[in-house]
Design a protein around this ligand. Sequence first.
Ligand SMILES: C[S@@+](CC[C@H](N)C(=O)[O-])C[C@H]1O[C@@H](n2cnc3c(N)ncnc32)[C@H](O)[C@@H]1O
Length: 253
Amino acid sequence: MSSESRQTHFGEQTVPLDDKQGLVDDVFHSVARRYDLMNDLMSAGLHRAWKDALVTAVPPPQGETAFSLLDLAGGTGDVALRVADAGGAGTRVTVCDINADMLAVGAERAMKRGLDDRVTFEQGNAEELPYPDRSFDCATIAFGIRNVPRIDRALTQAYRVLKLGGHFLCLEFSSVDVPGLDAIYDYYSFHIIPRIGQAVAGDHEAYQYLVESIRKFPKPKAFARIIEQAGFRRVTFTQMTGGVVALHSGWKL
Ligand SMILES: C[S@@+](CC[C@H](N)C(=O)[O-])C[C@H]1O[C@@H](n2cnc3c(N)ncnc32)[C@H](O)[C@@H]1O
């Protein structure tokens, strides 16, 4: 089947695969300036703990030891800045994101925090990474993979740019399986988050999409198999906060 005729999900809608990226880009252009504030409001600050767990799983070395990390779909640099803070002078982070507005917010943040010498922001598509093979020690992607139209391509590219022995870590919303919590989570997701999105970022639809895209994303066991199909070994995942998010890990061996 040609890619033109293939369909995919954009939230609840079914759209041609080739149209999804443009729609996703519109969402993040619209919310870029309010994105970090919205994360705090929507998750009641929990996204900080989830991202800290991701950084702990990396973990960047102390001191001068050279360590290069690629943060895919890294947006406003939230993960990248945490990695740079946690690591020593030898830790270098490249944020790669398709959206120039998200990157501009991130570059400003890095400058204000005095981390712009160790964190760089580059525009690129996770499906066609502009880096040579075996360039990075670690590749991370937080809350990004479900927005990429061709997830298999992004995973294959992450595998390609990792050095042998390199570590891949993916933090993504998952499926809540704690009785009682699932109903509360559903109500909060579908009724509260889009309203916060409207009030704070002036965009109800963008946050409706974000919530719906979470529901369409594969369950963690299925996603672990997709990661393995890209070539990664020793693939594991850990669920957090009753399954609200999962941290997946795989190695290029
Ligand atoms: C929910 S944000 C996550 C940002 C950041 N990782 C964080 O955790 O705060 C999703 C990001 O994925 C980016 N994105 C979507 N499709 C992409 C693609 N094909 N390649 C690279 N980045 C992409 C968006 O521009 C957006 O910045």
